[in-house]
Design a protein around this ligand. Sequence first.
Ligand code: G6P
Length: 607
Amino acid sequence: MCGIIGFLGNGEAVPVLLDGLRRLEYRGYDSAGIAVLNQEGIVRRRAAGKIANLEAMLTSNGVAGKAGVGHTRWATHGAPTRRNAHPHMTGRVAVVHNGIIENYRTLRDDMRAGGRRFESETDTEVVAHLFDALLEAEGTPAAAMTALMERLEGMFALAILIEGDDVVLAGARRGAPLAVGWGEGGLFLASDAIALAGHTRKVSYLEEDDLALVRRDGVEILGTGGHPVKRPVVDTELSGAVIGKGNYRHFMEKEIHEQPVAVGETLGRYLDPDAGSITIPGASLGPGAVERMTLIACGTAYYAALIGKYWLERLARLPADADIASEFRYRQAPMVEGGLGVFISQSGETADTLAAMRYARGLGRTVLAVTNTETSTVAREADLVLATHAGPEIGVAATKTFTSQVAVLFCLAVATARDRGTIDHHEVARLAGVLTTLPSTLARVIAMEEEFRQIAWDVAEARHVLYLGRGTSAIVAMEGALKLKEISYIHAEAHAAGEMKHGPIALIDEHVPVIVVAPGDELFDKTMSNVEEARARGGRIILITDEAGAADAGPVADRMVVLPAVDSLVTPLVHAIPVQMIAYHAAMRKGTDVDQPRNLAKSVTVE
Ligand code: G6P
C-alpha cells in the first residue's frame, strides 16, 4: 500500500528520501510528500499525483535538512489530494503512515472536543495530533510511542519526525512492515529494503508491535512493554542495479523477460535434475499428515492457488480447495483435522492473506507459505516457507512471481503425489525432466513476442474481451483477463469454456475478441466445440495453442499462435507468457501507465 521512509544522516535528506520514494512508488502513487527537520523546525512539501510532481515542486522550492520522512500514498481515507497527502504535521511532529487506524473517528472526535483542529480527511492526521499530545504529556518519545500504541487500533506502520529531542525519528510496526536500515551515511526507517537499495544492504525487520527510536548515535528497538530488544541485522543482497529497469521500457516488460531465470532459480530449490527428484524440504505430505489442502491467496496469487488445486487433485488425488483470502476468513470456513493451509503471496504482506493465515493457525492447522519475500510477515508466521526466487518484482501487475509460484505449487503437487503413492519414482523422474527443460521453453516463448504484440494491437481496439479455456487453461485465461483489465483498462472476462453456453455467450458479437487458451491436450476437442459456438455467433477467435493443437484446430481461428509443445501438465507455465505479453502490448498501444496502473498498488496491506 503506501510506502514510508525516514532518514537521519550526515548528508542532505531530500535526495535520499526521493530516491527511496521512487523505489517505493509501486506501493501507491496517489500523492507524495516529505518533511525535513532544519533550523526552522519541520518543513513540509507535498504534491498530489506521482513522485515526479513532488520532485518538480522540490526543484523550484527546495528544502534543506539532514533528517526527514517521506511518503507515497495509496488513498484509503480521503481523496488523493494535496491536503490529504502525508506527512501530516502538528506541533513538534510530522507523521507518515501505511495502513489503517481503525478507531480514528473516536480518537478524532475526542481530540476535536479538546480543541484540536484537523485539516485533512485522513486517519493519519489523528496519529500526528495524538502523538503530539502524548509527547507533551509523557515527556519522552519512548513513553509517548508506547502510549500511542496502546491507543491505536488497526494495522499500520509509522515513521514520525520529531523536533526538539535527541530521538529524531520514531517508528512503529503493527501488521504492516517496517525495516530499520543501518547505512554508512545514515540511519533509515522504510517500508521495505528495496527503498534502501543503493544506500545500505544492512537491514533489521521490526517484529509486531516493535518501536524504533532513531538517534544520531544509533537505533534503539523496543519490544512489547517498552523493553529493549535486539532484531537481527540481515544482508538484503539488493543492489540499486538489481531493481533498475535495465534496457527495458517498463519493469513489467523486464519482469516478463526474466521468467526463465526466475522460474529456473525457483525450481533449483526443489528440483534435483541429476537425481531426477523433486522435494519439499521439511514437509510431511503423506496420508495421515495431510488429508486436505486449502490454498489461499489474493489477486494473481489466487490464480496460482487454483492451478495448484487442479494439480493436487489430479496428480495426488488429494482433496484441495482454492480460496480468496478475504472470503475465507469471514465466512469462517472450517478446516478439517489434517488440513494443511497453503498461503500464497508474492509480498508476504497482503493483509487479507495474512489474516486468513492467522485464522487457520487459530484453528490449530499447519500453515505453509509460498512467498517471494522470505523476510515478510507471512513467511515469519508460517510453519514452513516455500520460497520463490523471482527477485524483486516492481511492476504492479504480477508476472514472474506468478509463474514462480505456479512452479513451486507444481513441485508441491508432485511431492504430495509421491508421498501419497499416486505416482511412482519413475513418474517423478520423468516430471523432473519436464521441469528441467522448462526455463529454456519459456525463453523460446518469450522470443515469440512480436506475434503476441500483433494480437495485442488488435485487442487494444476492443472494449470487451472474452478469455476462454478448460482445465488449468481456464485459470490461465482468468489471469489473462485480469492482466488486461489491470494495465490496459479493457473490460475482460474469463470463463471455463464449457460454461460459456450458460451465459457469457450472450456477450459475443463481431466486436468481441475471444482469446482461447487451448494447448493440444485431452481437453482440446471439447474446447474447440465451444470455440465453434463462439465463432458461429460472429466472435473473432484468437487461439493460443501448441503444435499438437495447431495440427487439430482446422480453420477455426482468425489468428493463431503456436507455442512449443510441453507436457500437458505444465502448460499453464508456458501459456501464461502470451497472456501477459498481450496485456502488456495492449497497454503500450493504448498508452496507459503499465507499471503503475490507476487505482492499484502492488502490496495491499489493508483489508
Ligand atoms: C495486488 C497486486 C497483484 C497481486 C495481489 C496479491 O493486488 O496488484 O498483482 O497479485 O496484490 O499480492 P501478493 O503480494 O499477496 O501476492
